[in-house]
Design a protein around this ligand. Structure first.
Ligand SMILES: [Zn+2]
Length: 273
């Protein structure tokens, strides 16, 4: 292996952290977009419900109109019949039915009026809502535009970073890369850490046995920390690595990771080429 200080791994981790930050930047837009759009969305949902209800009432009203027309027709026929009854019994029957139809007609007409009243009010409300929506959209439009454009830019930046990573990885040592990816599997951020001057892992601060310290310093093999599993390296980028860990590593992953690591021994022969 030519890169004795594992500078490729250090650089890859740097790239990955930039990618992570880029992903976070993109995610950060979600609540902002939601917040800006919310007033308009609430109005729109209200308008949608009102529109659906209005449709229902209109349908009801049309059915009622049909029923009214039917009853009027019936009333007309009964009126005609009452002029040509042959006896009192027949007259009583016709007038009783006529009375019934008239009452039903009255009810229908009253109901139709009430529905028409509701329709009018609802149409008024809908008009108000549509105006408010237009106003709300106009108000948030520029801010929304700005957020969306920021979001798009962040996504493009991420694409570029991911492309750069691919190019970088293509030129990397396969074993280094495989080990690095293996450590990062499961969302872990730190895969490489510097060996401190006094022989500790700068990630978990566990002391590294002198024999392994030697191997790390001579860069012969990929050596992992026995405590936390990161690849240890002697690097002039030590400060940078430390910064990275402070900024990014979520604490709760530690337990699971060290478990995974303890069951696994680094295959130095295989890794070392
Ligand atoms: Zn460690």
């Amino acid at each position: 292996m030519t890169d004795q200080d594992r500078s490729n791994l250090v650089e890859l981790q740097r790239i990955d952290l930039k990618i992570l930050a880029g992903q976070q930047r993109i995610r950060a837009f979600d609540p902002l977009l939601e917040e800006v759009e919310e007033p308009a969305l609430v109005l729109e949902s209200d308008a949608e419900k009102t529109r659906a209800r209005l449709k229902e009432i209109n349908l009801e009203e049309r059915q009622l109109e049909l029923s009214v027309a039917e009853k009027r027709e019936r009333q007309k026929k009964l009126d005609e019949r009452s002029g040509s009854v042959r006896n009192l019994r027949e007259e009583a029957a016709v007038s009783a039915e006529l009375e019934m139809v008239k009452r039903a007609l009255q009810n229908d007409e009253q109901e139709a009026l009430s529905l028409l009243d509701q329709i009018r009010k609802m149409e008024g409300r809908l008009e108000e809502l549509d105006e408010a929506i237009t106003e709300a959209r106009a108000f948030v439009g520029p801010r929304l535009e700005e957020l969306r454009s920021g979001h798009d830019t962040a996504e493009k930046e991420l694409d570029t970073m991911e492309q750069d990573r691919e190019n970088f990885v293509d030129a990397m040592d396969v074993m280094e890369l495989r080990l690095y990816e293996g450590i990062r599997r499961g969302g872990r951020v730190t895969a490489v850490a510097a060996l401190t001057e006094d022989g500790a892992c700068s990630h978990c601060f566990g002391i590294v046995p002198p024999q392994l310290q030697n191997e790390i310093r001579h860069g012969k093999a990929l050596i992992r920390c026995e405590g936390c599993g990161v690849i240890l390296t002697v690097t002039e980028h030590g400060d940078e690595l430390a910064e990275v860990m402070e900024a990014e590593e979520p604490a709760e992953e530690e337990a699971a990771v060290s478990q995974e690591v303890s069951g696994e021994t680094v295959d130095e022969d295989q890794v070392d080429e």
